[in-house]
Structures are given as structure tokens and as C-alpha cells.
Design a binder for this molecule. Sequence first.
Ligand SMILES: Cc1cc2nc3c(=O)[nH]c(=O)nc-3n(C[C@H](O)[C@H](O)[C@H](O)COP(=O)(O)OP(=O)(O)OC[C@H]3O[C@@H](n4cnc5c(N)ncnc54)[C@H](O)[C@@H]3O)c2cc1C
Length: 427
Amino acid sequence: MTNTPHAPSYYAGSANPSPARPALQGEIETDICVIGAGYTGLSTALHLAENGFKVAILEAAKVGWGASGRNGGQIVNSYSRDIDAIEKQTNKRNAELMAHMAFEGGRIIRERIAKYDIQCDLKDGGVFAAFNEKQMGHLRAQKALWEKHGHTQLEMLDHAGIRKVVKTERYVGGMLDMSGGHIHPLNLALGEAAAFESLGGVIYEQSPATRIERGASPVVHTEQGRVRCKFIVVAGNAYLGNLLPELAAKAMPCGTQVLTTEPLDPELAAELLPQDYCVEDCNYLLDYYRLTSDKRMIYGGGVVYGARDPEDIERIIRPKMLKTFPMLKDVKVDYTWTGNFLLTLSRLPQVGRIGDNIYYSQGCSGHGVTYTHVAGRVLAEALRGQAERFDAFASLPHFPFPGGRLFRVPFTALGAFYYDLRDKLNI
Ligand SMILES: Cc1cc2nc3c(=O)[nH]c(=O)nc-3n(C[C@H](O)[C@H](O)[C@H](O)COP(=O)(O)OP(=O)(O)OC[C@H]3O[C@@H](n4cnc5c(N)ncnc54)[C@H](O)[C@@H]3O)c2cc1C
């Protein structure tokens, strides 16, 4: 039987108390079986439970074990491609619907935190940092686009402006989004799980779904049990493997690495990020960082296509951190870890239905904290018979990766190398 603990992250080391949940034994019956207890699965399950459905979640390891419990904790609005890119891939009506949803995820997170009193260190304010005028131009265009869709909490920062929120000489300016922000991501997932259970929902941990028996009344099999249900929601994202071959062919797991320093001297912490905003830069292969509630620096970056675990994460991430903050050169690193997100070729999420009763959402390609919360609401709406917003997402094309499963890693790495080079050369 499996017994997979959380990755040895700062988040696991500072997690709120949470019960160990049993593995599934024997057969149960439920309305809806959700596979995966990350934000996608938890958000869907919680929306459904709030609407009176009987829901069981099967989680291969522990609640928040995947990307949801180990990410940068940054609440970033919209999608990994912006609304203008979406408009090119679907019709105007669907693009409008998705544009309206682009800022909903952050609101859902804040509503949940307030409604269920989730202790997860919420802070408002996220900064997009630009290295050059080309990136500033892109941010200005993004601001205009987001404002057109009713999102008004944005402020452009010039060189002096960005120096007031992040102490580094690297950026020419940036954009502040006060409806962005940051959270302790594992504690958000644990809080959502507890909220779901308070409404009668059931979570089985250490219970990987090994097989789906399709049909009018589908059955999800685990090593020691079965779930008979009316509907299945597949929310395994980058960790799903080949459970549904239709989904595995359309996306690629990628790793990204994070380090966390020892707690900083409070004066130094306040000097580096005086407003306690989180920051991500505008490069294709971007750096992202912020302070924790106990004033450690969490710094992430780098992408490993195909999600092989790198051997020495500190050796990869520390130089990036020191490039931004040379004054951290003597600071000790307490935690390093890696986690997988799911990349799609369009970098837009893949949402849909297989047959009549298997629903899925996957592949938000890096920016998933807000999107997964929207996805949960949209999947729950579809299961309640209101599919308009679900259909809008489902209208986005799902492209297979060039090169198939064998060559998708080198092909994509080559593409990323090209974009990274363009960032470095500022062309
Ligand atoms: C290191 C890192 C940093 C990131 N930083 C940010 C950030 O700052 N901001 C942001 O917006 N996004 C960030 N992301 C992306 C974001 O975390 C993800 O997009 C999001 O958490 C995905 O949620 P999910 O529920 O779809 O998948 P996951 O959280 O990965 O959850 C999937 C769950 O399904 C389970 N599972 C898989 N297969 C099975 C099975 N067969 N049976 C049962 N269970 C199964 C897994 O064990 C896992 O717990 C980051 C990602 C990583 C890896």
C-alpha cells in the first residue's frame, strides 16, 4: 500500500494541523468521484458539496501533495496566455465569457478564506517586473486589455516606482495588481479540504485511482477499493500519468524549483520587499519570489521539461536569487523542493468531457492558483446542468505536442531556448 508524505518543503514544515485520512477500502457509492485533491479537485468538490451533492475525493498521496501544496503561493490573475490570445482561438462570445472569469479565481480564494476562516497568510498585492521597454510595452497593453474587461486595481510603476516595492536595480518598471497577492498554498488546500469535510464530503488519501471502468455508471478502482458513481471529475493534472490516455497525449509535465531561506533579519526583509508584495518577472522562463509570514525569502524559477527532478536545486536557484538580491549572499537556505505543473502547447487550459460522465480540467501551464479555483466552479456548474461557462473553456482547441510523447521534451526545450534567448537579447 502507498504511503507518500508531502514533499519536504517549507510549506510542509509550517502546515496547519490536519488529520491523516484513511485509504479507501472496499466499495462505496457516491454521486461524484473526484480524482486528485489539489485546488482543481478541492475547488470542484467544495462547490458541489455547497450545492448538496454527495462527493468523494480519491487522492494518490495527501491533500495538497501536488503543485497546489508546493507552489510559489502567488495569486496571479488571468491565464498563462492573455485574453487577446484566447480571442484568436475561439469565438467572441466564448472569449468574452473567459475574459469575465479571468479575475474570478482571486475573488473565490478570498471568499473561501473569509467564509471558512482559513489561516493561510493572505497578503494583497502582486507585481509584474519588467527588464526592458519591450516588456513595459507589453504590460501597458495588458493593463489596457484587463481594464477593458473591468479589472481596475492596476497601477503602472516606473523605475522609481518599482524601486519602492522591490530593492533591486534589475527592473526598468512594472505593474502592480492589488487584486493579486500571496498565500501559504498548502494551508489554503488543507483549509479547503476541511471546509469540504465540514459539509459531509469524504477524502481518501493514499488512494491512487488505478483504473476507470467507463459506462453509464462508471467505477473508479484503487488498489483496495472501488467507487461507484454517476460522474467522475479528473483533477490529477501533472501527476495523472496515463490514467486517461486521451489526456496524457495532449500535455507535458514540467518541473519548476523553489528555495526558501532561513528567516531574514526583519529590517533586511522590509528593505527588500517593503510592501510585502509578491513579484514575478516578465521573462518567458520567469523568476518569482516573495516573503513568507516569518520573513523568509521564497524564490522560484527554472523549468525542467518532462519533469525530471534536478539533483541540486540550490545550485540552480540560488544564483538567480543573488542576481536579484546580492545582499542575500550570506543567507542560509533551509528548504529546496521541486514540483510539477502541466504545460499545454497553447499554454491555455484543457477542459472537457469524455463520454457523458467523465469531466476534466488540466494544464494551466504555470499560472494555476486562480484558474483552478475558477475551474472548480465551472466544472461544478456543468455538473449541475449549467454548462455555458464550461463550454466556453471546452471550446479551446487541445493540440497534441509535436514529436509525440518521445520527442515532445526536446522540441519544447528548443522552443523555450528560443524565447529565453529573445528575452536575454531583448529582441
Ligand atoms: C513549484 C511550483 C510553483 C508554482 N507557482 C505558482 C504560483 O506562484 N502561482 C500560480 O498561479 N501557479 C503556480 N504554480 C502552478 C499551480 O500550483 C498549479 O497550476 C495548480 O496548483 C494545479 O492544481 P491542480 O489541482 O490542477 O493540480 P495538483 O495540485 O498537482 O493536484 C493534483 C493532485 O492529483 C493527485 N493525483 C494524480 N493522479 C491521481 C490518481 N490517479 N489518483 C488519485 N490522485 C491523483 C496528485 O497526487 C495531486 O495531489 C506553480 C507550480 C509549481 C509546481
